[in-house]
Structure formats: structure tokens, C-alpha cells
Design a protein around this ligand. Structure first.
Ligand SMILES: [Fe+2]
Length: 159
């Protein structure tokens, strides 16, 4: 089995760590901004996502130190569209989740055939993140509709 490119793998793992940490901040931030009848279950769901992102960040960080490298203390990009409507919050989350998913796919390509453990980790994360993206996509559909709603464009400024 050929060796992994340690430096490249750590670089990708750090990107994963940073984007998952951004997820913790993003979901926590959004959880403060949900108002109306649906508030309680939606806030609970957003906080669950924050916890899951933290777990994913911890897993990436553990891999980095397993490989004998230093984990990044940076955090991935955060958008603040200042929109309070759930549709915009979910669409913004979906975009960021797709970015994280891309990092896991890059990791898989990098370690495929070189490290079974890292390959398993990347595949498992792709599985989890794809299910998550699918779930968010379904939340963006109108009840009774099977296909995804088109993005209505930037929401009106509510501030
Ligand atoms: Fe994640």
C-alpha cells in the first residue's frame, strides 16, 4: 500500500476542522434568531447541528494529532446575511455543508488505497454529511411537493 502524503492530508483535515468549527458558530448563531410558532423544534434542531459539527471538528482534530501535526485554531468563513427567515438560514447552511462535504471528498481522493482507516473515516463522513444535506433539502420543500423549492433570491432585509 503506498504511503499517504502526510502534509497534504493534514492540510485537508485542517480545512475540515475549520469548516466544522464554523458550523458550530453558525448553527449556534442561527439558533438565537428563530421566532414564531415553530421556534422550539427548530432551535432544538439547530443546536443539535451545532453539537454534531463540534463532534465532527473533534474527530478531524484527533486525526490531525494522530498524524503528529498541529491542529489549526482558525475558523472557516462565516456568512452573515442578517436574515431571520428559516428558508434563508437553511439555504445558507446547505451551502456551507456542501463545502464541508467537498473537503471530505477531497480527503477520500487523497487517502484512497493508501490508508484504510482514513478512507473509512472519509467515507463515513461523506455518508453522514450527504444524509444531512438531504434532510435540509427536504426541509426546504413545500409540504406535498417532492422536488426542491427554487431559491427565491435574496430575502428582504428584515433589520
Ligand atoms: Fe459535519
Amino acid at each position: 500500500m503506498p504511503e499517504i502524503n502526510q502534509q497534504r492530508v493534514v492540510e485537508i483535515l485542517n480545512q475540515i476542522l475549520e469548516s466544522e468549527l464554523a458550523g458550530v458558530v453558525r448553527y449556534t448563531h442561527y439558533s438565537f434568531l428563530v421566532f414564531g410558532f415553530g421556534r422550539i423544534p427548530i432551535v432544538a434542531w439547530l443546536r443539535e447541528q451545532a453539537d454534531e459539527s463540534l463532534l465532527h471538528a473533534q474527530q478531524a482534530g484527533e486525526w490531525i494529532t494522530t498524524l503528529g501535526a498541529y491542529p489549526s485554531l482558525e475558523i472557516g468563513p462565516l456568512l452573515d446575511s442578517h436574515t431571520f427567515d428559516i428558508g434563508s438560514i437553511l439555504r445558507e447552511s446547505l451551502e456551507s455543508e456542501k463545502l464541508a462535504l467537498e473537503h471530505y471528498r477531497t480527503l477520500l481522493r487523497e487517502v484512497e488505497g493508501r490508508s484504510i482507516a482514513l478512507e473509512e473515516y472519509a467515507r463515513q463522513m461523506i455518508h453522514v454529511e450527504e444524509l444531512h444535506a438531504g434532510e435540509v433539502d427536504k426541509m426546504l420543500r413545500r409540504p406535498g411537493a417532492v422536488s426542491t423549492l427554487p431559491d427565491p433570491g435574496p430575502a428582504k432585509d428584515l433589520l
